[in-house]
Write a protein of this length. Structure first.
Length: 118
């Protein structure tokens, strides 16, 4: 599985972030996709995950600021985060899995840097 992410870059506090991740595979359908992030000096954390059926896993701390959705035909997941804060600065990673578990992923993208200026 190859994951191609797009979006991110330099953003302003209070602005919005839009990320997309396209998964390519010649085997089975991708069932679970997710976004994780890792800020400098911190552990990687889940941002949001979604199954092919639309089931989601979003930490309570982020539920009011973000939306995750899927285009199953295109094996693509989209993430939108509003009300950006400097602490949202991190490398954001796309992840995917053939399984339905929204807490475990086998395939990872390269990561895209998001910097939120204060």
């Amino acid at each position: 599985v190859q994951l191609q992410a797009s979006g991110g870059g330099f953003l302003q506090t209070g602005g919005s972030l839009r990320l997309s991740c396209a998964a390519s595979t010649d085997r089975f359908a991708i069932n679970a996709m997710a976004w994780y992030r890792q800020a400098p000096g911190k552990e990687r954390e889940l941002v949001a995950a979604i199954s092919s059926g639309g089931r989601t896993n979003v930490p309570d701390s982020m539920k009011d600021r973000l939306t995750i959705r899927r285009d199953n035909a295109a094996n693509t997941a989209y993430l939108q985060m509003t009300g950006l804060r400097p602490e949202d600065t991190a490398v954001y990673y796309c992840a995917a899995s053939y399984d339905y578990d929204l807490n475990r992923f086998d395939f990872w993208g390269q990561g895209t840097l998001v910097t939120v200026s204060s």
